[in-house]
Design a protein around this ligand. Structure first.
Ligand code: ATP
Ligand code: MG
Length: 346
């Protein structure tokens, strides 16, 4: 276990600031006394853009490289044109730091209100590719704005990019008790990309004889997420399918207030970034209604990524115990953060 931790904090907009404050409370509380925690706050997001027109200047991108990991609240506000902060900040970071694994665990905690409450245990992880697919900005439009407009949005899939994320997913499946990995794609229609994924999935699988494998078309996967979520352990899929499936996964396992995620560079060449799946939720900002659990569970993912396994497990157990005790009753953002900080105290 490392003896120091140097975290960049991007609170961002709306409830981002509120939930990150709780995440830091729990992080401070869970760490052993002798681990030196250093945090540096970065003022990025909608307010910064309004003030200066900047999204993520190169100097700050450079500075962020010097941290062990990044904790992000949420970025975005209706007052900023759509795409400005997504492309200028979030995607810029993801590509600059080569966050090719987007990790989103889905676990059904006790007493959470979900359409699937009372079902057998749901506990799976989606490994979504983060740097390729249709999200690279590779496309264009001809005769824009005319009735004859033609638009393309090319899905980019490289053997290099697919193999590294598939390998990461096998590693994660191999480390879990059930050792099951499902590839989700649509290779009956998207034959070129689909076969690249399937061939690499099968070839890399030969190196992991203990992992049971399975393939599902994405449309079938959406059905099973709702009707048989317990059949999944680890899922690997491309950027677009993963985006949609992980929102569905959040909805079936207790909603957006509980869903944590990591944008990970498994090589350690650049810092990985951890954040709740939800956005800045301007509709509830400042009301104390934001549930900080997703951010606190993202702190657990951050700690596990950096080798603090025991501390990560303590946070997850505390969140589970706290949700059981809450039993659906309302508590404020601060109250939940305080309760979890007490539960995980070293
Ligand atoms: P973005 O474009 O930034 O993703 P969005 O409008 O798509 O924003 P969210 O900001 O995630 O989505 O909000 C969606 C809904 O979920 C809103 O009604 C919001 O109040 C609610 N919500 C989001 N996060 C939380 C949270 N942590 N606790 C409680 N409710 C939340
Ligand atoms: Mg959203």
């Amino acid at each position: 276990m490392p003896r120091s931790l140097n975290i960049a904090v991007i609170p961002g907009d709306g409830i981002g600031k509120e939930v990150v404050a709780q995440g830091l409370k729990v992080l401070t509380s869970v760490l052993p006394q002798d681990v030196k925690l250093e945090t540096t706050e970065y003022d990025l997001g909608a307010q910064r853009w309004h003030r200066t027109g900047e999204t993520l200047p190169d100097a700050e991108l450079e500075a962020l490289k010097g941290h062990d990991a990044i904790l992000l609240g949420a970025i975005g506000d209706p007052s900023v044109p759509s795409g400005v902060l997504e492309r200028g900040l979030l995607l810029k970071l993801r590509f600059a730091f080569d966050h090719y694994v987007n990790l989103r665990p889905s676990k059904l905690f006790p007493n959470t209100s979900t359409p699937l409450a009372g079902r057998p245990e749901i506990d799976f992880v989606v490994v979504r590719e983060g740097t390729e697919g249709p999200y690279t900005g590779n496309g264009g439009s001809l005769r824009t704005g005319t009735p004859a407009e033609v638009a393309t949005e090319v899905s980019l899939n490289t053997a290099y990019g697919v193999e590294r994320v598939v390998r990461d997913a096998y590693e994660r499946a191999n480390a879990r008790p059930r050792k099951k990995l499902t590839l989700v794609h649509k290779n009956n229609v998207l034959v070129y990309a689909g076969h690249l994924w399937k061939n690499i999935f099968d070839r890399v699988g030969q190196e992991y004889p203990e992992v049971t494998t399975d393939y599902l078309h994405v449309d079938a996967a959406t059905i099973f997420f709702v009707t048989q979520p317990e059949r999944f352990d680890v899922i690997v899929t491309d950027n677009l399918f993963g985006d949609i499936l992980t929102d569905l996964a959040a909805a079936v396992t207790g909603g957006i207030g509980l869903a944590a995620s990591g944008n990970i560079n498994p090589t350690g060449a650049f810092p990985s970034m951890f954040e709740p799946v939800h956005g800045s939720a301007p509709d509830i900002a400042g009301t104390g209604k934001a549930d900080p659990t997703a951010t606190i569970l993202s702190v657990a993912l951050l700690l596990r990524h950096l080798g603090f396994d025991a501390e990560a497990a303590r946070i997850e157990e505390a969140a589970s115990a706290d949700l059981a005790e809450r039993d659906g009753s309302f508590r404020t953002t601060d109250e939940i953060g305080d309760a979890l900080a007490v539960r995980v105290a070293d």
